[in-house]
Design a protein. Structure first.
Length: 441
C-alpha cells in the first residue's frame, strides 16, 4: 500500500490542497526527503528535475514557516529565471492555503517593480544568484531572517559560473539555518560547497542512471557532418514527436539549424542567450502550447526548463560530458514516462561518446541508417581509439544576423496526423508525453 503525505508528516490543509492539484502519492525522493527535512536535517539530494524534488523541499519548508512573522524566512536559489517561475507557480497555491506570500525575482524584469514587491516582506523568495546579489547590494532585500535555504540544480549553477555569487548570497542568511541542496549530479565542487555550508547533512544518493535514464530510450546515430541534417529530418518524419528539443553547442549553430529546418517546412523556433527576456518567454509559451513542434536550443538557454509533453530530445551536437548529456535528455522521460533521446556522432567524436558512457555507467544502443532512411539497429562493437575531437561542421542553412525576435517558423506539423498526444493512448510508433503533476520537479 502506498504511503501518503499525511503519513509523512504533512498537515491536513496542505494534503487537501495537494489532492485538489491531483497529487496524492509521494514520489521516492519525496518519501525520503520530507521526513529528514521535517526533523531539521540539512540535506544533499541527487535528484533530477521531473522526480518531484520541488515538493520534496517545498512541503517541509511550508510546515515550518510562520505566517505571523512578517519577514523573509525561506530562500530558494535557482540557476535560471524559468526554474524560479516554475517553482513559484508550484508553491503559490500551497503557500496561499497557509496565508504565506511567495515572490520570484530574476533578471530581465524591471528591478523597480521587484523593489516595491520586496517592501511587502514576502515569506518565501525564489531567485537567481545575479538578481539576488543586485538586491543585496541595493539593500532592498534582507536575508538575515532566512532559516530555510534551498540550492536547486546546484550543478547547473556550477556549470554556469554562479558558484561565487551563490556563496555571497549564502553569507547573507542566518547561520542558524537549514540548508537543502538538490542536484542531478554531485561533482567535487558541489560536494565541497555542501561541506562548507552544511551541518552533517543527510545524503540521498541515487545512481545516475536511475535518476534520469530508465524511462528514456537512448540511441546513437553515427553519421557525417554533411549527412546529419538529413538523418535528423528522417527521424523527425519517422518518430513524429509531439514536442522535441534539439541541442546545438553554440548560438550560431542554433540559428543555422533553425533556418535549415524552417526551409524544409518544419514548425521550429530557436532559444539562445541573445534573446531578450520577453522574446524568450514568447518562444517558450508557443512551445508549451504546442504551436511550435521543434525547439532548437543551446545548453545554457535550456537550463531549468520543465515543459510537459516533450517526447523527444535530439543531440544534434554531441554533449562534451556525461553531466551535460544527463541534463539534455532529462527534458524528456519526465516522471518515469517514456521518452526518446537520439545523439548524433560524427567521425572524431567517439572520445565524447566514451566519456558519456563512462559517466552514466552504461553502453548506449548504436544504430546506423540504411539507404532508405530507416534506422536499423546494429550491435555494439569495439570503438576505435580516441581521435582528437574537432568541432563538427556548420549546420546546413545560412547563418545571418537577425533582430531579436521570437521568429516562429510556420510549416508542416507532423502531429496533425497523430491522434495520440500526451494523455492519449500511443500508436505503435508514438511515444506518450503525458506528465503527472505529482512528479514535477
Amino acid at each position: 500500500m502506498s504511503i501518503d503525505f499525511l503519513a509523512l508528516g504533512i498537515r491536513a490543509e496542505l494534503n487537501t490542497c495537494l489532492k485538489e492539484m491531483g497529487i496524492t502519492v509521494p514520489t521516492p525522493v519525496q518519501e525520503q526527503a520530507i521526513p529528514l527535512l521535517l526533523a531539521g536535517r540539512d540535506l544533499v539530494a541527487q535528484a533530477q528535475t521531473g522526480t518531484g524534488k520541488t515538493l520534496a523541499f517545498l512541503l517541509p519548508m511550508l510546515e515550518t514557516i510562520s505566517a505571523g512573522k512578517a519577514y523573509t524566512q525561506a530562500l530558494i536559489v535557482t540557476p535560471t529565471r524559468e526554474l524560479a517561475l516554475q517553482i513559484s507557480k508550484e508553491a503559490a497555491p500551497l503557500a496561499a492555503r497557509l496565508g504565506l506570500n511567495v515572490l520570484s525575482i530574476y533578471g530581465g524584469h524591471a528591478v523597480e517593480k521587484q523593489i516595491n514587491q520586496l517592501k511587502h516582506q514576502p515569506h518565501i523568495v525564489i531567485g537567481t544568484p545575479g538578481r539576488l546579489l543586485d538586491h543585496i547590494r541595493r539593500k532592498t532585500i534582507n536575508l538575515g531572517g532566512v532559516s530555510r535555504l534551498v540550492l536547486d540544480e546546484a550543478d547547473q549553477m556550477l556549470h554556469m559560473g554562479f558558484l561565487e555569487e551563490v556563496e555571497q548570497v549564502i553569507a547573507q542568511t542566518s547561520v542558524q539555518r537549514q540548508t537543502m541542496l538538490f542536484s542531478a549530479t554531485i561533482p567535487a565542487k558541489i560536494r565541497a560547497l555542501a561541506d562548507r555550508y552544511m551541518q552533517r547533512p543527510a545524503d540521498i544518493r541515487l545512481k545516475t542512471q536511475n535518476i534520469t535514464l530508465d524511462a528514456i530510450h537512448q540511441l546513437i546515430i553515427e553519421t557525417t557532418p554533411d549527412g546529419k541534417l538529413d538523418k535528423l529530418c528522417g527521424l523527425i518524419n519517422q518518430e513524429r514527436p509531439y514536442l522535441a528539443m534539439i541541442f546545438c553547442h553554440t548560438k550560431k549553430r542554433v540559428i543555422a539549424l533553425t533556418l535549415a529546418l524552417a526551409e524544409r517546412g518544419y514548425q521550429v523556433d530557436e532559444l539562445h542567450g541573445d534573446l531578450s527576456q520577453n522574446k524568450r518567454e514568447q518562444v517558450l509559451r508557443r512551445f508549451r502550447d504546442a504551436k511550435v513542434q521543434l525547439l532548437v536550443a543551446t545548453d545554457i538557454a535550456a537550463r531549468g526548463l520543465d515543459i510537459e509533453g516533450i517526447t523527444h530530445v535530439f543531440n544534434y551536437d554531441i554533449p562534451r560530458d556525461a553531466d551535460s548529456y544527463i541534463h539534455r535528455i532529462g527534458r524528456t522521460g519526465r516522471a518515469g514516462q517514456p521518452g526518446t533521446a537520439v545523439t548524433f556522432v560524427v567521425p572524431g567524436e567517439h572520445f565524447y561518446l566514451r566519456l558519456i558512457e563512462q559517466g552514466i555507467q552504461a553502453s548506449i544502443q548504436k544504430q546506423k541508417n540504411d539507404s532508405t532512411g530507416s534506422a536499423a539497429a546494429t550491435p555494439a562493437k569495439p570503438r576505435p581509439k580516441a581521435q582528437s575531437a574537432k568541432p563538427p561542421g556548420a549546420a546546413p542553412g545560412k547563418s545571418k544576423k537577425r533582430p531579436d525576435k521570437a521568429t516562429s517558423h510556420s510549416g508542416i506539423n507532423l502531429r496533425s496526423r497523430r491522434k495520440d498526444k500526451p494523455g492519449a493512448a500511443p500508436s505503435a510508433k508514438a511515444v506518450s508525453g503525458k506528465r503527472r503533476l505529482a512528479k514535477r520537479g
